[in-house]
Design a protein around this ligand. Structure first.
Ligand SMILES: Cc1ncc(COP(=O)(O)O)c(C=O)c1O
Length: 495
């Protein structure tokens, strides 16, 4: 539709700034498809005259739209509607879950997204992506490598990148050989190709409970039988684990020892060592998914299992999605020599190789010291969000809700008193524009859960406090409306 034909009415008596009103109206037209991609927005002066407002009002509204990638500017030509790509969160099961809940609500969510505060999404916000530095490095690579950058890359990965990673890993006291490194198109692919390479129908895999939904989906796609081992604040329940190891031989134990998803818990060093001892005793492999180790809030990076692994029991998976840019689809694994061939075959069948161009760019990016610089920068931003979240939780969350404060990562795990369901809370929140992730999706077997996850990845500082205050009101509403409150009220103390 031609935007010139649309009548915009701004309310000069409203408390809301005129530029916000205009921004919201245009945003709605873009999101509901009325304004098609590449439609030109009216020139600033002309639009300001028409609406009888200052030029600055239009400029501010356009700037806000641009910040959210809803429009793009072409120098000398004007401002145009962008192609809209609704945010994808990796946790596919969760989105499917939302879809089954009610499609109309999804539409409601999309169309009114300016009011949504999304604590459910673990994808970093766009402002955290180092676009300019990346552009600079990609041009250097293209000038240097020309057509070579677009050839098929060897399946194991671009050799110089594997070497760079090997050197980089010495910062984390992980010693490995370049030949043990396998480049992957994101950690999810790593989990998937491991499943393809190692799991046959009916094989057993152990996971923490709760655990990452993408891993559950990959293991189930291979018809694995999943045995869930409860996780405590200081790591996996070792007694339970050993009990299961005595009776079953898993293909591997899949764990996230640092800043676990969804709980945010970090294993104590002792538990890491004991877990490795058990893996050795029962001759099983451990898959360590290190998706977030670089985001630490107390200046200490907890040791990885891999750095403690003396017997080559650990398959280490590292993602660059939360610490760099998820759309690059880059990660790597360190794999014991004994399973290298199977992994290489599975990788080749999956996508032949990870993008050679992106591998070359990442290689140079790390070599130029830009990756380290970037990690430092995002840590500062996440730390501010983290501090605000901790303060807001302490100020607003009802005392009956228990949680612990993680040492790093992006996730907080909160628990309602027993008897309350986080699915119900999620529904209530959804209606009021707050997105949380109910605990029930993080279990391989269907369970009811009183816990839920909130993340600081997709929320800017400006909305964290308001979001937690709103969430707290909704939790209080849940307590007030429910009979459980009267009969089973079982306040847990803050942990
Ligand atoms: C624990 C965990 N592992 C793996 C992934 C997938 O990461 P990638 O984008 O590198 O595939 C995620 C994404 O959220 C995750 O939370």
């Amino acid at each position: 539709m031609n935007i010139e034909k649309i009548k915009f009415q701004l309310d000069k008596n409203s408390d809301q700034h005129l530029y916000i009103q205009l921004y919201s109206k245009i945003k709605k037209l873009i999101l509901d498809g009325t304004l098609k991609p590449h439609t030109k927005l009216p020139p600033i002066r002309k639009f300001a005259d028409e609406l009888n407002v200052n030029n600055v009002t239009i400029v501010n509204a356009y700037n806000l739209l641009q910040k959210e990638n809803l429009v793009y500017k072409k120098v000398g030509s004007g401002t145009f509607v962008n192609i809209i790509n609704y945010d994808m969160d990796i946790e596919v099961d969760y989105k499917q879950y939302l879809y089954t809940l009610n499609k109309e609500k999804i539409n409601h969510y999309i169309y009114n997204s300016e009011n949504i505060i999304d604590f459910s999404n673990t994808t970093p916000t766009n402002d955290l992506f180092p676009v300019e530095d990346f552009k600079y490095v990609i041009n250097l690579v293209l000038d240097r490598d020309k057509g070579n950058a677009f050839k098929y890359q060897e399946s194991q990965g671009y050799y110089p990148l594997r070497e760079t990673i090997k050197n980089y890993l010495s910062n984390y006291t992980i010693n490995c050989d370049t030949s043990n490194i396998q480049i992957i198109s994101g950690a999810q692919q790593g989990i998937d190709i491991l499943s393809k390479a190692l799991i046959d129908y009916g094989d057993i895999v152990f996971t923490e409970s709760p655990t990452y939904t993408g891993a559950i989906a990959a293991f189930k796609s291979r018809a694995a039988k999943i045995i869930e081992i409860p996780i405590k604040k200081d790591g996996i329940d070792l007694n339970y684990l050993e009990d299961k190891l005595r009776n079953f031989r898993p293909k591997f134990i899949y764990v996230m020892p640092n800043f676990q998803n969804p709980t945010g818990y970090t294993y104590s060093k002792l538990k890491k060592i004991k877990l490795l001892e058990l893996a050795n005793k029962y001759e099983t492999l451990v898959v360590e998914d290190d998706y977030l180790n670089d985001i630490s809030f107390n200046n200490k990076y907890p040791e990885t299992l891999k750095s403690l692994d003396k017997n080559n029991r650990v398959i280490y998976i590292k993602s660059f999605s939360k610490t760099f840019m998820p759309g690059l689809r880059l990660g790597f694994m360190i794999i014991p020599i004994s399973i290298q061939n199977e992994i290489l075959v599975a990788k080749h069948i999956s996508d032949i190789s990870t993008s050679g161009l992106m591998q070359r760019v990442l290689d140079l990016y790390i070599k130029m010291g830009l990756f380290k610089k970037h990690i430092n920068e995002i840590n500062k931003i996440y730390k501010k969000r983290f501090d605000l979240m901790v303060k807001s939780l302490s100020n607003y969350i009802p005392k009956q809700v228990s949680y612990s404060i993680p040492e790093g990562g992006l996730n907080f795990w909160l628990s309602l008193p027993h008897g309350y369901l986080s699915d119900e809370l999620h529904e209530l929140c959804f209606k009021k524009g707050i997105l949380i992730t109910p605990g029930s999706i993080f279990y391989a077997n269907k369970v009811k859960s009183n816990s839920f996850r909130i993340s600081i990845a997709s929320v800017n500082e400006s909305i964290i406090e308001a979001g937690i205050s709103r969430l707290s009101e909704i939790i209080n509403d849940l307590f007030n409306k429910s009979d459980i409150n009267k009969y089973h009220f079982n306040p847990l103390t803050h942990l």
